[in-house]
Design a protein around this ligand. Sequence first.
Ligand SMILES: *Cc1c(COP(=O)(O)O)cnc(C)c1O
Length: 223
Amino acid sequence: MIDVEANLKTVADSLPEDVKLVAVSKFHPDEYIEAAYAAGQRLFGESREQELQKKAAVLPKDIRWHFIGHLQTNKVKYIAPYISMIEAVDSMKLLREINRQGEKCGRIINCLLELHIAEEATKTGLRLDDCRALLADGEWRSLKNVRLCGLMMMASNVDDEQQIGSEFDTAWHFFDEVKAAYFADDNAFCERSWGMSHDYRIAIRHGATIVRVGTAIFGPRVY
Ligand SMILES: *Cc1c(COP(=O)(O)O)cnc(C)c1O
């Protein structure tokens, strides 16, 4: 078995104190999560609703789960009762459903808006102009069971560190823009979730407050 504890320590030690580490455990067995948990990790990320359900049912209750994948609206109800944050919200329709399910279980659900900045056509998320339009429309203000906590994005999957850094900067500037326009008095809107195994070191130099690291902790995923 891969040395989860040593890998976790290496990653955690390289982060500034105020950057949160989401250990991305998707596709990895419960034992890997338990090993990270035993080493003190409490924040984990999953990207498939059914897999998360199974894990959340049997693993320690003080784990905070972030949903980091694309979430279908018809799946929101299953995770609404316990999810700590839904990171990849990319439509008003999804936000409305999260609000509806949050209301049903008496929770205010933390959400990040996912930006699409990378060049790849396959990446999900809101284009900057679409995100501007969503916020300008203002309907989100009426969603009392949703708390917008910031932005999330994935950089292009390239080796060019400069390109990656400049994509993070684009997201960071955009964060400052919407923070000033809509969330200046809202302390909850403070998170910038970017950086994965291959680029989290770059991300922390470019404004990340949350990094989502899987492979560097748990090894390669077996799909
Ligand atoms: C899988 C995944 C990660 C982690 O990727 P690694 O390269 O294994 O660190 C981070 N963010 C999202 C959205 C993911 O889907």
